[in-house]
Design a protein around this ligand. Sequence first.
Ligand SMILES: NC(=O)c1ccc[n+]([C@@H]2O[C@H](COP(=O)([O-])OP(=O)(O)OC[C@H]3O[C@@H](n4cnc5c(N)ncnc54)[C@H](O)[C@@H]3O)[C@@H](O)[C@H]2O)c1
Length: 359
Amino acid sequence: MELSPLLADANIEIGNIEHLSFASKIIESYKNAKIIVLADENTYRFCWNKLIVAVEFLQTAELIIIPPGEENKTLDTCSNVWEILSNYKVGRHDLIINLGGGVITDTGGFIASVFKRGIHFINIPTTLLGMIDASFGGKTGVNIENYKNQLGVFNNPIATYIDKSFLYTLPTNHIKNGFAEIIKHALINDTILWERIVKIKELSEIFSDDIFKRALKVKIEIVNADPKELGLRKILNFGHTIGHAIEGHFFNFYRLEHGHAVALGMIAESYIATKIDKLSMNEFRQIINFIKKYFLIPSIAKTEITEIVELMKNDKKNYEGKIQCALIDKIGHCMYDQPIDEELITESLIFLFFSKHEV
Ligand SMILES: NC(=O)c1ccc[n+]([C@@H]2O[C@H](COP(=O)([O-])OP(=O)(O)OC[C@H]3O[C@@H](n4cnc5c(N)ncnc54)[C@H](O)[C@@H]3O)[C@@H](O)[C@H]2O)c1
């Protein structure tokens, strides 16, 4: 599979960070610039050393460390960092390097895009989800309370450097987060990837080059075709309309991982696709069985379903008051802007949380 031109177009490099153009790029383009590295406490602990071993002069960079986790993907975090940037007298020609998962690259990308109307940033993803999804494609932003990504801008990093060896220290639940997005990429756009992942015997197999590169290729091609999400790119939201609402619902009392919520969202949205005669029962069965092998269905009370549906009413993709989803009509193909009745969403959540999933 030829991926190199696509990667080059998207300014993505994959490999050992020491061998990528990272160091030379900074030396050439940011020789006299202030360099700020944004990390969270975990990426500082697990990834920072590797980075400065690879690129020694980063030892003199200003390091800003924020607490980890989705709960810190907020405007408060941005305000604190903007204040520090102002104190450091960071200007338009300086550089922010985001070292972390999707929370760091989304938040850091937004911080850089808005500060002084935009300064350059580079993403170095350290989670699987960051590597195959969040660290490129131009979406940056933060949450407002439990509403996801309510503030944000489209803006691309100068480059994204992917070094899979950062994943050695990543806990399994976060590997699964990335896996959920790989499953999504297969379901919306790549039957070969689907056939490959259903055969894996162990989760660690998803790091293999063929799976990794196919998953990456799906997102790059879709984003290239529709960078501002005017049409096709909306298929990347498959599983996310219901998934985000589930994630938001759990936010205040129990931390349900993003990828886990998206995996549940993919089951519910596939249920809807089957109910409206788009997706075959046979493929729906394959999807549930596969997702359930890796993701547990959490327990909720029936009354919570209304709360989850309520959260969906604030989804950015809604149109004329209607909740809209991306729905697959077969494995490997997805439609977007599909208006869904509230009753059917409720039914899909009852199926997800309260049935034995016998189809
Ligand atoms: N911009 C986009 O296109 C896009 C796409 C998908 C998801 N996202 C966003 O990404 C976010 C989720 O990203 P995530 O799953 O990477 O979560 P995350 O950034 O919170 O990282 C997960 C956890 O792993 C820790 N961690 C990171 N790298 C590590 C490493 N190498 N070793 C040990 N620990 C490490 C982090 O500190 C954190 O505790 C969500 O906010 C989601 O909305 C954005």
